[in-house]
Design a protein around this ligand. Sequence first.
Ligand SMILES: Nc1ncnc2c1ncn2[C@@H]1O[C@H](COP(=O)(O)OP(=O)(O)OP(=O)(O)O)[C@@H](O)[C@H]1O
Ligand SMILES: [Mg+2]
Length: 550
Amino acid sequence: MSATPELAGTPVLILKEGATRERGRGAQHANIMAAQIVAEAVKSALGPKGMDKMLVDSFGDVTITSDGRTVLDEMDIQHPAAKMMVEVAKTQDDEVGDGTTTAVIIAGELLGKAEDLIEKNVHPTVIIDGYRRAADKALETLEKIAIAVKPEDKVFLKKVAMTSMASKLVAENREYLAGIASSAILHVAQKVGGQYKVDLDDIMVEKKAGESLTDTKLIEGIVLDKEVVHPGMPKRIENAKVALLDRALEVEKTEFDAKLNIESPEQMEAFLQQEENMLKSMVEKIAEKDANVLICQKGIDDMVQHFLARKGILAVRRAKKSDMEKLAKATGGKVVTNLEDFAKEDLGSADLVEERKIGDDKMTFVEGCKNPQSVAILIRGGTERIVDEAERSIHDALCVVRDVVQEPKIVAGGGAPEMEVARVLKEYADTLPGREALAVQQYAEAFEAVPTTLSENAGLDPIDIISELRARHEKGEIWAGVDVHKGKVDDMKKMEVLEPVAVKNQIIMSATEAASMILKIDDIIAAGKMKAPPMPPKGPGGPYGGMPPY
Ligand SMILES: Nc1ncnc2c1ncn2[C@@H]1O[C@H](COP(=O)(O)OP(=O)(O)OP(=O)(O)O)[C@@H](O)[C@H]1O
Ligand SMILES: [Mg+2]
């Protein structure tokens, strides 16, 4: 298409030079294709038999993962429609924490099926309407088949966490890790008006390479990846009174350059003495409130460290801001900025603050806090990459357990709910008129992509599996799904492959929305690429050849 339509022979330019425009079928086809390529890219990662991906970024850093969102985030995708698929994974992850791969696969499948209908001259708006109806019916079906559980029932929670980790690198240790994830969530869950609420920020996750995944621990308290600042300080304090500071314990530098003329050694002495007194008085202000632990968000001057050590105060510096907030919540203390305003009531309390050696590093543990709702998970594992992937898997596990605690309903997995939704939708399609029925039919088939992909990834013949699944669902076996380990169709509920209904609901919502959004586009107008500013010449010692820019 040209960006310069001609009016009575005069070209009228409405777009900037370099802009491109694509309309109608061509635009739709390009978008659908891009979205499908994204879905195709994550397909092989679905399920316990799915493969992992190795992603290498522009700095050469390697990530090994099977987490849908991480794969798409790291892929650095450019195409606008493909980016919308990345958004699907993001929304899914932010809302419920799991099911990102499934959501992207279904969105891709919905678009592929829509393309078939467009070929048959069904208008995209009819397809979108059909998809909306189908989504409502699918949500209704899930609501009907969902199994209610008790939110405090740790056995179920653990099973749900185990299913989410079955498809990850850490699968072998999933029983142990699932126990930790479910205990952590039960620790921080709070009942508000008959319903549990969980704030994942109450769970701190720290990781340190070394030892093995089974050395991962749940700590009732907080872990700081920091060591005690001075060797002369105590390393263990019981009945800790914790001062939390977010200012530096240093002599402040002036904002402008000042000149000081010192003419005699006495003056010099007096000057240094003055500085020392200032620092000493800072320590006094903390010590006189009976604090025996100090956690500081900023730096602590060497001299201050020395005085603190003399007072027997354990101090940690440069704690993260987010950790300071957690510490305040956990210990019941207040983060203080101005030492003048520091009062005894601002101190937090904990049964024990201790520095421990973890691997080659030292970490500070704050345990037995006033508020028992704060917990930390310290992840250990053979290598950096294992602890990184373990962190992502534990994130998924924490999210699914939270989902169930907040909305205590589960379904079995292994493609069973997707097959059941597909069956109900096909029946529903028969009750609808003409073209909309076609859209609902296609929507149903898109859902069959989940058991199909699970079987493909397990090296099974998807045609055999799907026909058996269809037959068994017809007979009323709603939990018939793919047992990927034994390579046959089985009852997923009996196999205890359990998932939160919230994850499945969100998959339906995000996949349908993304597919509809992409289908609605029939015109792509892209501005010309901006030219990158010229790079400064390179030379020894940096871009300016070791010289200041001016
Ligand atoms: N033992 C099992 N047998 C069969 N299917 C299983 C089993 N365990 C998990 N699954 C299925 O695997 C699928 C989940 O796979 P996976 O965790 O790789 O993707 P996801 O949850 O969609 O995305 P992500 O975890 O990357 O956010 C679900 O459909 C789940 O029911
Ligand atoms: Mg998952």
